[in-house]
Design a protein around this ligand. Structure first.
Ligand SMILES: *[C@@H]1O[C@H](CO)[C@@H](O)[C@H](O)[C@H]1NC(C)=O
Ligand SMILES: *[C@@H]1O[C@H](CO)[C@@H](O)[C@H](O)[C@H]1NC(C)=O
Ligand SMILES: *[C@@H]1O[C@H](CO)[C@@H](O)[C@H](O)[C@H]1NC(C)=O
Ligand SMILES: *[C@@H]1O[C@H](CO)[C@@H](O)[C@H](O)[C@H]1NC(C)=O
Ligand SMILES: *[C@@H]1O[C@H](CO)[C@@H](O)[C@H](O)[C@H]1NC(C)=O
Ligand SMILES: *[C@@H]1O[C@H](CO)[C@@H](O)[C@H](O)[C@H]1NC(C)=O
Ligand SMILES: *[C@@H]1O[C@H](CO)[C@@H](O)[C@H](O)[C@H]1NC(C)=O
Ligand SMILES: *[C@@H]1O[C@H](CO)[C@@H](O)[C@H](O)[C@H]1NC(C)=O
Ligand SMILES: *[C@@H]1O[C@H](CO)[C@@H](O)[C@H](O)[C@H]1NC(C)=O
Ligand SMILES: *[C@@H]1O[C@H](CO)[C@@H](O)[C@H](O)[C@H]1NC(C)=O
Ligand SMILES: *[C@@H]1O[C@H](CO)[C@@H](O)[C@H](O)[C@H]1NC(C)=O
Length: 591
């Protein structure tokens, strides 16, 4: 035990140098009006969820250690929460925007999020976490830039381009919810959107009159391309005809740089690439995001197509779409791609510690959690999905709020650390009682028939191994203990497992969930509660002044009155107007 402590001291002491510079860190403020607008991304008019009238929403652009304030106005007809996955909300799960941590923002109310981007860089996205709303939109990119004094491990790109990709249904989120509630699966999506737009008419299978995405570039220039899969449940293969994608970043960690012709981007994942415009522009080039790990012959319509247009282009793109080089007919060969993604151990970049330690491989593991997902099953006559036999039911009061106000029986801390084959699947508000400063491994074991991605809020984790079959202790011998990538959303192949290591240094209650929206909706999630047993001031933040109350505490909540969105906007200072102008300028970069 003494030895274990000394390693932690080493690992934990370094970050203290810059952890306590709180007061002077700059603020950026945003106002987000979340509302329905009518759009026809696949040629069928439908209501989509927009942020400030934009679909996808505006870029939230900030820099390491900035404080971010986002005043969110819920102009939907349903409760709303925005969540910021991958943003680590150090000691501040109060701002995480999921049901276990926050009361929903009622329709026509507003709520101001306030959090700090502590020791962090990278590409992420925000989205609405309740009621399947992400299937109708409400998402937008988050960029956390390096501070100026920190060098980036590549030449400054000539420009930046964001691709928000995702499968898409012409049915809205309430209709999709109803399908799942009736015990059915969603079935094949109607298409794939790229930046909120449908496919370019690359052949006669695409209907006429669909607006598609065109990206304008200059020959010879190198762009940083950020790709986010915000979709419901489909893994997408992303590629740009004739162009190499040089991988540089994975959800906040600079990677060892590696060229790909096409990359599988699973639901919830984000990547940055450098792309050099090194072709002769004899025509435009296709940008493709196509369904993966499905029968691609049947799922042909689930393909997003945009256009890369050089300023000296000699004509439109034509002919068949480029096909992915990576082979999924042999899944183990496809798995070589994620296995090839490693961190660049010599590049700098802000990151929370001790995850930042190069020595994660030398730290002894203090506990193991095996989280097994099974295909959906009926519980009490309803279709539900489980992790370790438990289909999660959100407690009526957010958990730390319940703790702070001594609400009893809100949730239980008895989540099993491995699957229990002798118990019937059940509904429960059961979470993991995890140990502060423990160094744990989590094994995601996918016994479902579909590829899934799993995400943990508040943390980034080392992806030390993935393989087919059932995980067992002896697999530890195969772990990458040196340069495993650190990220917050990882794919788990069907019939396979993925092992991640996490240093539990961030107090709070943090969501562990499948990012595939259908399975998440059906209950495939839980939380980890991490508290410092010796409260010494360096631990969790208290609830924010504007905390919303609900559930057992709803009588503490005051009414909120608001005459109209316009009058509120008019009442604001110039600052907000300026912010909007900055937003518009940045949004126009990719719209
Ligand atoms: C890790 O565990 C091993 C075996 O239990 C022990 O010998 C070693 O000292 C521990 N290392 C640390 C750094 O605690
Ligand atoms: C969603 O679709 C349902 C069924 O088609 C419809 O009744 C409802 O009005 C739609 N909601 C929105 C916000 O468009
Ligand atoms: C709602 O917005 C107003 C400004 O329009 C702000 O003063 C207030 O603090 C916000 N409410 C919450 C709960 O954040
Ligand atoms: C890793 O980062 C270093 C330092 O920035 C850089 O010089 C090197 O090229 C990078 N290596 C790879 C393989 O990406
Ligand atoms: C990636 O491909 C480009 C273009 O072919 C090449 O110039 C570059 O050296 C490659 N980089 C790596 C790290 O393989
Ligand atoms: C441009 O490049 C394409 C593909 O690399 C090649 O087939 C074509 O001949 C080139 N055209 C010219 C004018 O160089
Ligand atoms: C994909 O679906 C087609 C049409 O239903 C079928 O003929 C083919 O065998 C399927 N391919 C695979 C790999 O299952
Ligand atoms: C359209 O393109 C797809 C993919 O490139 C191809 O499989 C399909 O046969 C084409 N359909 C028609 C009608 O040309
Ligand atoms: C949670 O774990 C701590 C030790 O890490 C233990 O003291 C506490 O009793 C546990 N709480 C519950 C409810 O199991
Ligand atoms: C699920 O687990 C069972 C029992 O271990 C195994 O036989 C089956 O192949 C697994 N299926 C998948 C898709 O992992
Ligand atoms: C983000 O902000 C930085 C500096 O504040 C600026 O250089 C960059 O262009 C902005 N990016 C976007 C996409 O708005």
């Amino acid at each position: 035990m003494a030895a274990a402590k000394s390693v932690f001291t080493f690992v934990f002491s370094f970050p203290l140098l810059f952890t306590f510079s709180l007061a002077s860190d700059p603020y950026v403020s945003y106002v987000f009006h979340v509302s329905y607008i009518t759009a026809s991304p696949l040629g069928v008019p439908q209501k989509v969820i927009a942020v400030n009238g934009k679909f996808p929403g505006p870029v939230l652009n900030a820099t390491t250690n900035y404080n971010v304030v986002v005043n969110v106005f819920n102009d939907l007809d349903e409760p709303l929460l925005l969540t910021w996955p991958g943003v680590q909300m150090r000691r501040n799960s109060w701002q995480d925007g999921v049901l276990g941590t926050n009361c929903p923002i009622p329709s026509k109310w507003n709520y101001t999020y306030d959090f700090q981007l502590k020791d962090q860089i990278g590409s992420y996205f925000y989205f609405p976490s309740l009621n399947f709303q992400r299937a109708s939109g409400g998402f937008g990119p988050i960029i956390i830039n390096n501070r100026n004094l920190i060098p980036i491990p590549f030449a400054k790109p000539d420009g930046e381009i964001i691709f928000i990709i995702g499968d898409w249904y012409t049915k809205n989120h309430t209709a999709l919810r109803r399908i799942l509630d009736s015990g059915k699966e969603l079935g094949m999506p109607d298409g794939v959107l790229i930046n909120g737009k449908g496919p370019y008419k690359y052949n006669s299978s695409v209907p006429d009159g669909i607006e598609y995405e065109t990206v304008h570039v200059d020959p010879g220039k190198t762009y940083r391309i950020r790709v986010h899969n915000v979709g419901v449940s489909t893994s997408l293969n992303f590629r740009i005809q004739n162009h190499k994608l040089l991988l540089i970043e994975t959800e906040g960690r600079y990677t060892s740089q590696i060229n790909f012709t096409d990359v599988d981007v699973h639901v919830g994942q984000s990547y940055s690439f450098l792309v050099t415009m090194d072709q002769n522009a004899s025509s435009d080039y296709y940008i493709v995001a196509s369904a993966r790990f499905v029968n691609e012959t049947v799922w042909q319509r689930v393909t997003g197509v945009g256009i890369l247009h050089y300023s000296n282009s000699k004509g439109p793109a034509s002919g068949p779409l480029p096909v992915p080089v990576t082979d999924i007919s042999h899944p183990w060969s496809a798995m070589n791609q994620p296995r090839a993604i490693k961190q660049n151990t010599s590049s700098s970049g802000a990151r929370p510690n001790p995850q930042g330690s190069y020595h994660y491989g030398q730290i002894n593991i203090t506990s193991t959690y095996i989280l097994r997902s099974l295909p959906p099953t009926k519980i009490n006559g309803k279709l539900r999905a489980t992790l370790n036999g438990i289909s999660f039911v959100n407690p009526s009061t957010p958990m730390r709020l319940a703790d702070n106000n001594k609400v009893k029986g809100d949730y239980k801390m008895d989540f099993p650390d491995r699957p229990l084959d002798n118990r019937r699947p059940r509904l429960d508000s059961s979470i993991i009682n995890a140990t502060y400063k423990g160094f744990i491994q989590v094994i995601f074991q996918n016994n479902d028939t579909k590829i899934q991605s799993f995400h943990i809020d508040g943390y980034s984790f080392y992806v030390v191994a993935m393989d087919f079959g059932i995980w067992s202790e002896d697999k530890k011998g195969s772990y990458n203990n040196w340069d495993a990538i650190s990220r917050s959303t990882v794919e788990v192949y069907p019939g396979a497992w993925t092992a991640v290591l996490i240093s539990l240094d961030n107090v709070g209650v943090w969501n562990i969930r499948v990012e595939n929206l259908d399975r998440w909706y059906l209950g495939q999630e839980t939380y980890m509660r991490i508290l410092n047993p010796e409260e010494n001031g360096n631990t969790e933040m208290g609830p924010p002044k504007n905390v919303l109350y609900c559930g057992a505490l709803k009588t503490l909540q005051q009414e909120q009155y608001r005459s109209s969105a316009t009058s509120i906007l008019n009442g604001q200072l110039n600052l907000i107007f300026t912010m909007m102008m900055v937003l518009l300028a940045s949004v126009s970069a990719f719209c």
